[in-house]
Write a protein that binds this ligand. Sequence first.
Ligand SMILES: [Fe+2]
Length: 532
Amino acid sequence: MNAQALPAEVVGQARVLVVDDEPDIRELLKDMLELEGHSVETAEDGLQAQQMLSDKRFDLVITDLQMPRVDGMQLIQSIRALDPDLPVIVMTAYPSMRSVIDVMKCGAVDFLPKPFQMDNVLYTVRRTLKEHALRLENRRLLAEVNNKAVIERLNRELHSKVEELTKLNVIAEHLGRLMDTDQLFDQVVQLAAALTEGRRVSLMLFDRRQQHLRIRASVGISPDLMRDTAVRLGEGIAGKVAQTRMPNRVTSRQAVSLGPGLCHGDRYASGSWVSVPLLIGDELFGVLNVTEREGQSDFGPEDERVLMALAEKAAAKVENNALYESLYDNLLDTLRSLITTIEAKDPYTHQHSQRVTELALALGKGAGLSRDQMESLRFATTLHDIGKIGVQDSILGKKGRLSAPEYETIKAHPVIGDRIVEPLGLSDAERDIIRHHHERIDGRGYPDSLCGDEVSTLARIVAVADAFDAMTSTRPYREALSIEAAIDELTRCSGQQFDPDIVDLLVQGIRDGAIRIPTLEEREVLSTAMAV
Ligand SMILES: [Fe+2]
């Protein structure tokens, strides 16, 4: 993403405080940001900044770390005590992985490495201000949610998890593109080969239960050897590196006197080699081995340092990926419990999202969706009504007809839902389901009045499943329709509101038994069991 990727109107004009003990840097940043239209004040150390922050309101603080009197970390801590929402960007030369994490844990939202690149400064400031504005908007939305204790608690959890996730996202962005762990390992062995000119590279993972190493990614090693290798702890070169957790480098001459040793798992590795441990904190998770340098020369200490740096970065990304994935799952669990809570308060909508998901998956299977599409359908349909947390209870559970303004409020839920999931990195197909599950193929749906092919297959499937479940559920203002009556209604609206092919799939599926709809009695039994 470049500096032009964020529209200027979302950023607006902000009050920025720049804190640095070097006058040149203060002036440079002030000039840069004032050209962007921001109003900028400066402080020469943390103490002066603390005084200014207690007198005036700022939208953003950009601070150095090493300063006399009160340093950057102390300043961030005092800002967090004063205003937990005020975003702080830290600038420093040569940030290490550890210092990035320490500062982020302390409450900074981003990093600006010195020396500055103008594009990077402007982009980082814009993005931080945009995220700040979104967070405030999210809070305003949440304030509209009813004040029942359980909802409030879930909202708080949601909010703090979104913040944590945002920080981890920032770290991930700074340390390179977030990739999955397999891609990461492949990239590590390719990089190791390219950086050291090693002909054969293996990344071995430590199996704690079996107490041995197995090759997970490699360059120049046969698939058979990869599959069959299992090096015990303490055995050969790789096993000793795993045991001692210390790197090991051997020249060709030393190798002759040592004799061949297990490196990539074979006994014929010869010549110079380097092996380094892969550690997260003190925990070993693998070993990276490089042998047989091109041109027959030996690996030197600089190769060992490069491999150690690569191992450290890979370990940090593995840790970050694991942390990110567990937080992400956690966050989605919270969103799902919010939906369950909203639906549970109203016996008419109890487990609605769950039933719609099951029906949508049955329709998706019948429509021959790909595995990825089915996964998106499963994931997003459980969240399709998440926007209802922004609609008052009194409207959601109203007995009797809704007034026109009340109906307009309900109609906002797909857009609110889309905004809630916006920072969470859902795929386009998943966001499309949340935003467009009330569109109609005749263009008379909401919120965007899409027409015909503009409505995606996945959104059409959810629209049919959603309507069918609503019709066959008892509502505050009417009894549940029978399955036959609901089919008649869907068929009547087929081609206008609903995709005729999807309606046919549903009708056929019910008729031939491929799709089974639980009876009202079965639902009640299930509801009671859940309540107990
Ligand atoms: Fe909906």
